[in-house]
Design a protein around this ligand. Structure first.
Ligand SMILES: [Zn+2]
Length: 260
C-alpha cells in the first residue's frame, strides 16, 4: 500500500523523498486560479519515478453549479488538468464534488456532472482516472453526505468514475467513519485513494480544517481502520510541513504494518 503526502508542486519528487513517501499529490497550477496548467519540464523524470503521482485539480472548479460562468470554465479546466496529469504519468486526478447555490436544484447539479463526463467522452474520454472527492461543507453539496453521493453516482451511470475518500471531510461533513468504507463502496463500488487527515473541526461542523493524525477530533484508530478497509493508496494532506507529514506517514506505516 503506497503512502504519501500532498506536497509543493515545484519539485514533488524531492518533497516525497524528504518524507520517505511512496506517493505524492500536488497541484499543477494555482489551486485558487483559473489558469490552465503549463507543460512541466520535468515530465520525463516524473513519469519515470518510482513514486505514485496524483494531481489535485484547482479548488475553484465546480462542474455542478448552475452558474454558466463557473461551470463552463470549470469543465475546461478539468479537461486541461486531466491532459496535463496524464502527461506526467499521474495515477489519478482528484476533483471536489462541487455544489449548487442555495435555492438551486441539486438534481441539475448531478446532471451537470453527467454532462461533464459525456463531454469528455465526446473527445475520447478522460486520459486518466478522475477521482471525485467527498467534501466537508455546504448544504447543497454533491458529495458531502452519502445520500447525495448515491444520487451523483446514479446520474453518472456507466461513465468510468473513481472516488477519493477524505476522512477529515467525512467526519466534518457528518458521516461517521465507522463502517464508512462499506457504505461508500455500496454506492461507488470502489475507493481509489484515501486522503488520511484528522479534523480540527467537530463532527458535522462543515469545516474543512485538516489536522495531523494524532491531533484533531477523530480517533486515529478510526482513520487507520478506514485505510485498512479501503485497501487503497493513501495521501496525507496534513499540516506541519516535512516533519509533520513524515510523522503522519510513519504513524500510518507503523499502525498498518506496511513497508510501503
Ligand atoms: Zn482531501
Amino acid at each position: 500500500m503506497r503512502i504519501g503526502a500532498h506536497v509543493d508542486q515545484a519539485d514533488p519528487l524531492a518533497e516525497a523523498a524528504s518524507r520517505s513517501a511512496g506517493a505524492a499529490q500536488f497541484f499543477l497550477s494555482d489551486p485558487q486560479g483559473w489558469k490552465a496548467p503549463k507543460p512541466r519540464e520535468d515530465a520525463d523524470r516524473l513519469r519515470a519515478a518510482d513514486v505514485d503521482l496524483y494531481v489535485h485539480a484547482p479548488y475553484v472548479i465546480n462542474v455542478a453549479t448552475l452558474n454558466n460562468r463557473i461551470r463552463i470554465p470549470s469543465r475546461k479546466l478539468l479537461l486541461g488538468h486531466a491532459a496535463a496529469a496524464a502527461e506526467i504519468g499521474a495515477k489519478g486526478l482528484i476533483v471536489h464534488g462541487g455544489h449548487v447555490n442555495a435555492g438551486d436544484d441539486l438534481a441539475v447539479g448531478f446532471d451537470n456532472w453527467r454532462k461533464t463526463f459525456a463531454y469528455a467522452a465526446d473527445s475520447g474520454g478522460f486520459p486518466l482516472p478522475v477521482l471525485i472527492e467527498n467534501t466537508a461543507g455546504g448544504e447543497n453539496a454533491c458529495a458531502r453526505r452519502l445520500d447525495a453521493l448515491a444520487r451523483l453516482w446514479d446520474a453518472l451511470g456507466d461513465h468510468e468514475v473513481g472516488f477519493c475518500l477524505d476522512t477529515c471531510h467525512a467526519h466534518a461533513g457528518g458521516e461517521e467513519l465507522l463502517d464508512l468504507v462499506d457504505r461508500v463502496k455500496a454506492i461507488t463500488g470502489r475507493i481509489d485513494l484515501v486522503h488520511a487527515n484528522n479534523s480540527k473541526g467537530d463532527f458535522n461542523s462543515g469545516q474543512d480544517r485538516h489536522d495531523n493524525l494524532d491531533g484533531g477530533t477523530i480517533d486515529p484508530d478510526l482513520v487507520v481502520a478506514v485505510i485498512r478497509a479501503a485497501g487503497a493508496p493513501v495521501i496525507v494532506e496534513t499540516p506541519g510541513g516535512v516533519a509533520g507529514q513524515a510523522a503522519d506517514i510513519a504513524f500510518l506505516r507503523e499502525r498498518l504494518g506496511t513497508g510501503a
